[in-house]
Design a protein around this ligand. Sequence first.
Ligand code: NAP
Length: 248
Amino acid sequence: MRILVLGGTTEASALARLLAERPGWETTLSLAGRTARPQPLPVATRIGGFGGAEGLARWLSDNGTMAVVDATHPFAAVISRNAAAACRAAGVPLLFLRRPPWRAAAGDRWIEAASMPEAARALGSERRCVFLTVGRLELAAFAAAPQHRYLVRTIEPIGDALPVPNLVAIRERGPFDAADERALMTREGVEVLVSKNSGGEATYGKIAAARALGLPVVMVARPDKPDGERVATPEAALEWLAAHERAP
Ligand code: NAP
C-alpha cells in the first residue's frame, strides 16, 4: 500500500517510524521545508510544496497513492484544505491525525485570542516582559506592540522578523521540560507567555510553568481545519490504515 504522510510534527514523525516497520507498505513523508535540518526518519522523504491542491492531486495520482494521513500542525491550515480538496479530486481516502488542544486547568490564567494581532493587542499598553513562543513565521504581528521586552524562542533564526528595540532571541527545539521552563521564565523575569494552542506533550512545559508561577498566558486559538475522519494518535492512524488495506 502506498501512503503519503503530510508531516512537520512530532506525531507525523512517530507515525513514519511505525509505518517503516510494516512490510509491503511504501510510505512517503512530505515536509514543507521550513526547517533547515529536519530529523532523519526511516521512510522516503520529499521536501517542498506540491503547488496547491491541484499539484497535490496530481502527485497522488502520479505516485499511485492509496491513502493520505494529514499529520500537519494544527496551525497549518492551508495544506489541510489542499489535502481535503486533492483527496476528494483524486478519490484517495484521507485521515487527519491531530492532537487535541490544551484545555485550561485550575490555576491557569488564560486570555484567549483568535489571532496573532489580537494576541499582540491583549498584551496591553504597559511595558511587560513577554515570552513569545508562537513560531518564527508569526512574529511580525508583535511589531505593532514594540513597547514590550520580548524573549523569543524559535527553532530557526528569526532574522529581522520582529523589529522591536528590546528583544532576546533563543534558538532551541523542544521537547521542553516544565522545570526548565520555570527556571527560564524566572531568570528572564517573564510576566506573560504567548502561545499557540498547539496541544501535545512536547511544549506543554511552558503552560505548566506559567500556572506554577501564576503568570497569564495569551492563548491563540487554532484556525479552522476541514472536517473529515480524525484520530489523535499515531497508533490510531496505523489502525485506520490497516482497515483501509483490508477494505480499500
Ligand atoms: P500552511 O500555511 O498550511 O501551508 C502553506 C504551504 O506550504 C502549503 O500550501 C504547501 O505548499 C506547503 N506545505 C505545508 N505543509 C506541507 C507539507 N507537509 N508538505 C509539503 N508542502 C507543505 O503551513 P505552515 O503553517 O506554513 O506550516 C508548514 C509546515 O510546518 C507544515 O508541514 C506544518 O506541519 C509544520 N509546522 C507548522 C507549525 C505552525 O505553527 N504553523 C508549527 C510546527 C510545524 P503548496 O501549496 O505549494 O503545496
